[in-house]
Design a protein around this ligand. Structure first.
Ligand code: SF4
Length: 238
């Protein structure tokens, strides 16, 4: 594990820069442009995980580090850890289709979990509606908003491989607090059950999904207000 800094075959360094859910303020954008020029950056590359790669000469790394921190951004992480959270710009200002404020939920998840050691790299994706622009169905832990502070959770997906795997729906209609609590519990189970360097989809295949499923009590405790109202309306309790 370590910082997302990779020496390219040409000798230049590729340095991954992370913001909150891929969003930049105008000041950050302008600051990055200036930093690209002063650090001799050849190109800036946008990645599918919402990071920005600066390709710089290796002797400019410290200068870039300081500049990135001064802009309130951070260098990404790599290895057997929780990666930066890929979350869509889903809130009332940022996407007209957003059903919930996933921008803030994504930021909270990133602050809390990014860089935490895991048996193998662990990717979290959050989407503000079922369209899933951030690929939550192929993430290790995918969160999809279905209403105001109401989420479905998918576990054990895997993208970016020759054998892509769709995650399995493991919880429906829980609130954001529940999505965070369930992730805590899943990371604990994953760490206890996994073989070294085993991706969670393979751990699930080996030990069974049941080990990871939330209990009925958990689901009831974190049921969203919208889901509770619906169940009451349908005469199903809640
Ligand atoms: S997943 Fe939905 S809310 Fe998020 S960016 Fe895509 S369309 Fe908008």
């Amino acid at each position: 594990m370590g910082d997302a800094i990779f020496r390219q075959r040409s000798g230049v360094l590729g340095v991954g820069i992370v913001s909150k859910c891929g969003l930049l303020t105008p000041a950050q954008l302008a600051g990055l442009g200036k930093l690209a020029e002063t650090t001799g950056c050849q190109y800036c590359k946008m990645t599918t995980r919402q990071t920005l790669i600066f390709l710089i000469p290796s002797d400019r790394l410290e200068e870039l580090r300081k500049g990135v921190a001064a802009l309130g951004l951070r260098i990404g992480v790599f290895g057997e850890i929780v990666r930066n959270v890929k979350a869509c710009a889903g809130n009332k200002d940022l996407c007209q289709r957003a059903l919930s404020d996933v921008f803030n939920l994504g930021g909270e998840l990133q602050d809390r979990f990014m860089n935490r050691p895991t048996p193998r790299d662990f990717k979290i994706s959050v989407a503000g509606c079922h369209r899933g622009c951030t690929d939550p169905y192929c993430a290790d832990y995918g969160i999809v908003a279905t209403g105001e502070d109401t989420y479905n959770i998918y576990l054990g997906g895997r993208g970016g491989s020759r054998k892509p795997v769709h995650g399995t729906l493991i919880a429906e209609g829980i609130n954001g607090e529940g999505a965070v609590a369930l992730l805590e519990s899943i990371l604990k189970t994953y760490t206890e059950c996994a073989e070294p360097k085993e991706r969670i989809c393979n751990t699930i295949e080996r030990v069974g999904l049941e080990r990871f499923l939330p209990s009925e009590d958990f689901l009831a405790k974190y049921r969203s207000r919208e889901e509770s109202d619906f169940l009451s309306f349908a005469g199903l309790g809640g």
